[in-house]
Design a protein around this ligand. Structure first.
Ligand code: 5GP
Length: 198
């Protein structure tokens, strides 16, 4: 997705060879126009798949997911990282080790919002080692619902989450795929700008 790739080039800050900071439009401040375009792009890539729900994880997955849900005309559910006092019964849970925070969180979703009739599009902001996406897949499968696919805003292709998930047979659509963050520079995968590459 050209617009996203340009934004990453202009505003992304390379923190290390493995971590990209995009606080100015995705992870802290949010660019609503860009999120709206991202929502349209996800809806286009996952059109005609019978999606009934978008599932993401708080907090940075929420903005792109809401715009995708708006375009697809379906509700958006976000997994919580901390147990809420009002969310105690009938929880679907999974353990997710955070790549950026180095801690393991138990994520949870009420079984009221995902059930066996659902066809779920999983969305997240970044794909690194795949732990967050695998945790969300686990929750969908515990609910006996179907995973329609996984939509990622920024995939880091040099980490192996994408490979693992594709090998398991999940359809992944990443809007930008980064091949390297070495020498303080963002490089995108050759021959793609994140367009339609699985
Ligand atoms: P994974 O679970 O695939 O290892 O990592 C994905 C999660 O870690 C995402 O939900 C995202 O919040 C965070 N993450 C992973 N890599 C990066 C990165 O380079 N930059 C930022 N801002 N977040 C990242």
């Amino acid at each position: 997705m050209e617009l996203l790739k340009n934004k990453i080039e202009q505003e992304g800050i390379v923190l290390s060879n493995t971590v990209l900071k995009v606080d100015s439009f995705l992870n802290h401040q949010i660019d609503p126009n860009l999120m709206s375009e991202i929502g349209k792009e996800f809806a286009k890539r996952f059109a005609n798949k019978g999606i009934t729900k978008v599932l993401t994880i708080e907090s940075s997955g929420i903005a792109p997911s809401v715009f995708a849900g708006l375009e697809l005309g379906v509700p958006v559910v976000f997994a919580r990282k901390r147990k809420s006092l009002t969310l105690i019964n009938d929880l679907l849970t999974s353990s997710v080790h955070s790549f950026t925070k180095g801690e393991t969180n138990e994520i949870s979703v009420s079984n009221k919002y995902i059930n066996e009739n659902d066809v779920v599009l999983i969305i997240d902001d970044f794909l690194a080692n795949g732990q967050a996406a695998l945790g969300l897949v686990d929750i969908v499968e515990q609910a006996n619902a179907k995973v329609a696919g996984i939509g990622i805003v920024i995939e880091k292709g040099f980490q192996d989450g994408g490979k693992q998930l594709r090998e398991k047979g999940y359809v992944i659509e990443s809007l930008a795929i980064i091949s390297s963050l070495e020498n303080g520079k963002v490089s995108f995968e050759a021959g793609n700008k994140g367009e339609g590459v699985n």
